[in-house]
Ligand binder design. Structure first.
Ligand SMILES: Nc1ncnc2c1ncn2[C@@H]1O[C@H](COP(=O)(O)OP(=O)(O)OP(=O)(O)O)[C@@H](O)[C@H]1O
Ligand SMILES: [Mg+2]
Length: 194
C-alpha cells in the first residue's frame, strides 16, 4: 500500500461493488494515544463467514477477471505492521464494517497521501450516492456529506471540471482545517469543534 488515501479508496470501492447504497468512511486520529483509525461502513451485500475469513488472503477474490484481491490484505498488513489492529464485521444482507487502527509513531506508519483526491474519485464513481467522509481528531471533526452537495447540484453536474475543482478544494479545506476555524458557510461541510 502506498498511502492511506489509496487504501481508503480501495475499501470504499469494495463497498460500491457490494452494492451498498450508503457508505460511511472515516479517518480519526487520537493524538494522546498516538493512534489513527480508519473505518468504512456500508449497507451492501455483506459476506458469509467463510468469505469474511478468506477476505484478507491476497489469493482470495470474488472478481472473475483475476485471481488476487489486494484491498483488504494490504490494509490489514499496513495496520498490523505498525502494531495496530484490523477487523471486519459483516453480516450477509446487512453490510460490512472494516476498521483498521494504526500506531502513528511507528516507523512503518504510512503517509496519509492525497485524501481529497481519493474521496473525490469515490464521489465520481457512478454507484456512489449516499456517502459521508468524516475526518478529524478529538477537537475538530470535518464531515463531508455528498447528500448536501447533491441538494445543490445534479449528479450529472459532477462531470463538470469546475464543480469537481470546487469539491476538491472543499475537501482540502476541511482536511487541512485548523482548530477553531469555522467553515459553516460552505455547503457540504459540517465542522464540530469540541
Ligand atoms: N464491503 C464489502 N462487502 C462485501 N464483500 C466484500 C467487501 N469488501 C470485500 N469483500 C469481499 O472480499 C473480497 C476481497 O476484497 P479485496 O478488496 O481484498 O479484493 P478485491 O476487491 O477482490 O480486489 P482488489 O481490491 O484488488 O481490486 C472481495 O472480492 C469481496 O468478495
Ligand atoms: Mg477491493
Amino acid at each position: 500500500m502506498d498511502d492511506l488515501s489509496l487504501s481508503l479508496l480501495d475499501i470504499c470501492m469494495n463497498s460500491a461493488e457490494a452494492d451498498a447504497s450508503t457508505v460511511k468512511a472515516s479517518i480519526m486520529t487520537y493524538p494522546d494515544d498516538h493512534k489513527l483509525e480508519m473505518t468504512v461502513e456500508d449497507d451492501g451485500v455483506g459476506m458469509e463467514n467463510d468469505v469474511a475469513e478468506k477476505a484478507t488472503d491476497p489469493f482470495y477474490t470474488q472478481r472473475p477477471s483475476r485471481k488476487v484481491g489486494l484491498g483488504l490484505p494490504l490494509l490489514k498488513h499496513a495496520a498490523t505492521n505498525t502494531g495496530g489492529d484490523f477487523h471486519i464485521r459483516t453480516r450477509p444482507g446487512k453490510g460490512t464494517i472494516v476498521r483498521a487502527v494504526f500506531h502513528m509513531d511507528h516507523v512503518d506508519m504510512p503517509n496519509l497521501g492525497d485524501l481529497a483526491s481519493s474521496v473525490l474519485t469515490f464521489v465520481l464513481h457512478p454507484k456512489t450516492n449516499d456517502f459521508t467522509f468524516t475526518y478529524g481528531d478529538v477537537k475538530n471533526t470535518f464531515v463531508f456529506d455528498l447528500n448536501e452537495i447533491l441538494r445543490i447540484i445534479d449528479k450529472d453536474d459532477l462531470s463538470n471540471g469546475s464543480i469537481r475543482r470546487y469539491i476538491y478544494d472543499m475537501l482540502q479545506e476541511g482536511i487541512n482545517m485548523k482548530e477553531g476555524e469555522n467553515h459553516e458557510d460552505i455547503e457540504g461541510i459540517k465542522t464540530v469543534t469540541r
